[in-house]
Design a protein around this ligand. Structure first.
Ligand code: XMP
Length: 512
C-alpha cells in the first residue's frame, strides 16, 4: 500500500484515484501526520502531493524527514518535488515567471520512473502549475526531463528510488501521466496491483461498523446512484440499524419515484419511508425564477421535510450521505486558491448541524465512475447503476424561470422521448448526461394550417468523466431531427427544439 502525503493540492484525490486505477490501495494523510502512524502503516512507497505553499517562505509544510529514511521509494509531485529537494539539501527559488497550464516535457535520460513508460527523446504534454522552481539538486539526483519553464521538470535518484516531477501527472491534461503513477506504485514500489472495488467494499463496511457502533442511521435517498450506493453499502454494514427516507420532491422524471421505492423496499428489503412532498415543493417555488434561490428553497424545504420524518423515526445519531469527491471540490482550481462556488451543489448543506447528527459519508473519496463500479459490486441493477447523474433540485433547474406543474409536465414528456430515442440508438452509456430543458421563451411556428406561438425546448447531452469538464455529444443530424420531430408532434406546448453545443467550461452542464 501507498501513502499519499497531502500538501493541500486541489487534485490530491486524483493521485489516489490513479493509484486505485492501478489496482493498488492508498491512503491520503495530511503532511503533518504523526511519524509513528507512518511507521505502523508501513507503506511500500510514498507520494508527496502538490500544494499551494511556497517552500521558499518560512514555516511552510514539510514532509516528516523520516519519510526519506524508510527505505521505500518516494515520488514528489509539484510542491512535493520542491519540498523533497529542499529537505534533501537542494535549492528552490521563487520565480517571477510562473508557469500554469499546458507545457511539454522533453525526456532527456532514462531512469527508474520512466523505465518502460517514457523514453529519452520523446516529448510529452503535461500540466504545469507552479511559481517556484528548483535551482540546485540534492546529492544523488540528476535531471531526466526538462520543459521550457522548468529545467528540473523531472529528476531522479535511482539509488534511493526517489523521483520527482514539477508537473501534475495525475490530471487528464497530462495524458501519459497516469502510466507514470501506475508504474511507480506497481513496478517501483512492488505493489501487486490486485486491489479491487471488492476490497474497497470490505474496507468500507468495516469503517462504517467502527464509526456507527450500535447507533441508528438515517439515509436520504434522492433517486440517484450515489445515495442508493451509500444506502446499500451501509445496509450491508449495519442491517436494519439503517432507515432510508425518500423525500419525493415531485421534481423527478417520469416513473423514477416508483422505481426507487420498488428497488429498496421490495428487492432489497431496506426499511424505507416514502414522503410524497411534491405539492409542498411547488408551493414554495411558486413564482421563483432565480436559479440559486430555487436551489436554496428546495434545499431548505428538503431539510424541513426530512427533519420532520427523522423526528418521527426517532433515535438516529447518524445521517448518511452519498457525498462524492467532486461534491467536496466542485471546481478544480490549479492555482491553489480557494475553489469558487459556481453553483451551490450542497443541496442539503446544514442538515447535519441543524439536526445535531454526525455524518456517515462512505463515498467521500470516490469519483462517479468508481461509485458505479461499487454499485455493481453491491448488486444494484445495471440499469440503475448506469443512470445518468441527476441534480438534487431536479427538474426545477431544467424548467428555466418559474416552475409550475404544467411546465414540469411538458418537460417530462419531452425528456422521456429524448431519452427513449437515445436508448433506442444505443447511445445512453456513451453519454454522461442527457436531458431536455424547457426555455422561458416562446417562438412562432406553423403546424398544419395554423400559426403556433409556443415553448422552445433545448436538448443537452454531454460526455465527461467527472462532471468537472464536459463536451457536447456529437449526435448525427438525422438523430436530432428525428427527436425534434417526435417532440414537436407528441408534446403539446413545444413547437421548437434546439441542441446545445456548448462545452464546460465555459458553459455548465445544467442550464441553471
Ligand atoms: P454543472 O451544471 O455545474 O453540473 O456543470 C455538474 C454536475 O452537477 C450536477 N448539478 C447538481 N447536482 N445539486 C446537485 O446535486 C445541484 O444543485 C446541481 N447542479 C448541477 C449536474 O447535473 C452535473 O452532473
Amino acid at each position: 500500500r501507498i501513502l499519499i502525503l497531502d500538501f493541500g493540492s486541489q487534485v490530491t484525490q486524483l493521485i489516489a484515484r490513479r493509484v486505485r486505477e492501478s489496482g493498488v490501495y492508498s491512503e491520503i494523510k495530511p503532511f503533518s501526520v504523526d511519524p509513528d502512524w507512518i511507521r505502523e502503516f508501513a507503506p511500500a512507497g510514498v507520494i508527496l502531493s502538490g500544494g499551494p505553499a511556497s517552500v521558499t517562505e518560512a514555516a511552510t509544510p514539510r514532509a516528516p524527514d523520516m519519510v526519506f529514511s524508510l527505505g521505500v521509494p518516494v515520488f514528489g509531485i509539484c510542491y512535493g518535488e520542491q519540498t523533497m529537494v529542499a529537505q534533501l539539501g537542494g535549492r528552490v527559488e521563487a520565480d517571477d515567471h510562473r508557469e500554469f497550464g499546458r507545457a511539454y516535457v522533453d525526456v532527456k535520460e532514462s531512469c527508474g520512473l520512466f523505465d518502460g513508460v517514457w523514453t529519452p527523446g520523446e516529448r510529452h504534454q503535461v500540466w504545469m502549475s507552479h511559481g517556484d522552481r528548483v535551482t540546485a539538486l540534492p546529492d544523488g539526483f540528476r535531471v531526466v526531463g526538462v520543459s521550457d519553464g522548468a529545467p528540473f521538470a523531472a529528476i531522479a535518484d535511482d539509488a534511493r528510488r526517489f523521483y520527482a516531477v514539477q508537473f501534475h501527472p495525475e490530471v487528464m491534461h497530462t495524458p501519459d501521466g497516469a502510466k507514470l503513477i501506475g508504474h511507480f506504485v506497481r513496478d517501483i514500489c512492488g505493489c501487486p496491483g490486485d486491489w479491487t472495488m471488492a476490497a474497497f467494499r470490505e474496507g468500507a463496511i468495516q469503517r462504517i461498523r467502527e464509526q456507527v457502533g450500535a447507533e441508528r442511521v438515517i439515509c436520504g435517498l434522492s433517486g440517484g446512484v450515489d445515495s442508493a450506493v451509500a444506502a446499500k453499502l451501509i445496509h450491508e454494514a449495519i442491517g436494519d440499524q439503517l432507515t432510508c427516507v425518500f423525500v419525493d420532491t415531485g421534481l423527478l422524471r417520469s416513473g423514477e419515484a416508483a422505481q426507487v421505492v420498488e428497488l429498496f423496499r421490495d428487492s432489497f428489503n431496506i426499511p424505507l419511508v416514502h414522503v410524497e412532498a411534491g405539492p409542498l415543493f411547488l408551493d414554495k417555488l411558486a413564482g421563483v425564477e432565480d436559479p440559486e434561490r430555487k436551489r436554496k428553497i428546495i434545499g431548505g424545504t428538503f431539510i424541513d421535510v426530512f427533519e420532520a420524518e427523522a423526528k418521527k423515526i426517532g433515535g438516529a445519531a447518524f445521517l448518511a450521505q452519498g457525498t462524492l469527491y467532486p461534491d467536496v471540490i466542485e471546481s478544480v482550481s490549479f492555482t491553489g486558491g480557494p475553489s469558487v462556488t459556481i453553483k451551490s451543489h450542497h443541496n442539503v448543506g446544514g442538515l447535519p448541524e441543524r439536526m445535531n447528527m454526525k455524518l456517515v459519508e462512505p463515498l467521500r473519496e470516490l469519483f462517479k465512475d468508481e461509485v458505479r463500479d461499487l454499485g455493481r459490486e453491491l448488486g444494484l441493477p445495471d440499469g440503475f447503476v448506469g443512470r445518468h447523474p441527476f441534480p438534487g433540485p431536479g427538474l426545477a433547474i431544467r424548467v428555466l424561470g418559474a416552475v409550475a406543474e404544467d411546465r414540469l409536465a411538458v418537460l417530462r414528456k419531452a425528456d422521456r422521448i429524448y431519452l427513449e430515442e437515445i436508448r433506442k440508438a444505443g447511445l445512453y452509456d456513451a453519454i454522461w448526461q442527457a436531458f431536455a430543458v424547457l426555455l422561458p421563451v416562446r417562438s412562432v411556428g406553423v403546424m398544419g394550417d395554423g400559426r403556433t406561438y409556443d415553448n422552445v425546448c433545448a436538448l443537452r447531452a454531454v460526455t465527461s468523466t467527472d462532471g468537472m469538464t464536459a463536451d457536447s455529444y456529437p449526435f448525427d443530424h438525422g438523430f436530432l431531427s428525428h427527436v425534434a420531430h417526435r417532440i414537436i408532434n407528441e408534446v403539446k406546448g413545444i413547437n421548437r427544439v434546439t441542441y446545445d453545443v456548448t462545452s464546460k467550461p465555459p458553459g455548465t452542464i445544467e442550464w441553471e
